[in-house]
Design a protein around this ligand. Sequence first.
Ligand code: PBG
Length: 325
Amino acid sequence: MFPRHRPRRLRTTPAMRRLVAETSLEPRHLVLPMFVADGIDEPREVPSMPGVVQHTRDSLRAAAVQAVDAGVGGLMLFGVPGEDDKDPVGSAGSDPDGILNRALADLAAELGDATVLMADTCLDEFTDHGHCGVLDDRGRVDNDATNLRYVDLAVAQAAAGAHVVAPSGMMDGQVGAIRDGLDDAGHTNVAILAYAAKYASAFYGPFRDAVGSSLVGDRRTYQQDSANIREALREIDLDVAEGADAVMVKPALAYLDVLRAAAEVSPVPVAAYQVSGEYAMIAAAAANGWIDGPSAALESLLCIRRAGADIVLTYWAVQAAGWLA
Ligand code: PBG
């Protein structure tokens, strides 16, 4: 008896597998998150993210050029101010002379429109308490006062040359407030990538090292509960209605169901963020010889694409572009 149906026929050769592959992973799909720190003379390794550094403005410029040459789709910039520059309202984030805005201007001058330059629009790196917003007199994150600060950040980032601002603080109404603020300031062509479905996640641990976060406690009053998916779809609807040009699901690997659901309903491109903890897990296992790092990294990225991401933020963007070449 011969089985009539032989799915293995379509797996017989590399050429056959390439022909029938449903999903592709290309360097253009990948966005590289980068950190730039104030007051350092040399790039500084992030211990929990082997291969990732806090850049100086000079090393950032060189690494950004290298990433663009490798063909990545975009760059996402995070600023790390000196401890003395942190305050309760995160002033350094909206200061044109603050580290993030200066670095954006450097990259805009260096790269022009050769890539898509994105900026993290959030206060947590810049506040002395480490929260993503400003606090009220009882120490709670004040939604509407925070949105006013996000508008200042976004306008400063657009003025510095960002093509895309990416509000990541999960305040209600942040996208609408930022859209109005950008338009009023004449930045009608600057796009908003909304971190629409961002969960309160333990997988951000290494990132908090990378930005020297001052946070004590957690972000559970603003980031989403891992138990929920309906809420993510509501957030996406609201962000699109407020004018988001693209939406994001974050983290990626433990939230592929959310990503799939988002991709099914979103009228705008969907991004997924393979976060610091996801990177660190694979990097650590690979360093121990327990897993093949490049294969595991590429597999995870392809699967994030398969689940529905148009765009993937990943600390492997440059290496992955090399592995794919
Ligand atoms: C907030 C922000 C965070 C990340 C991106 N933007 C940290 C947080 O919400 O605590 C995490 C990224 C990562 O873990 O790689 N500005």
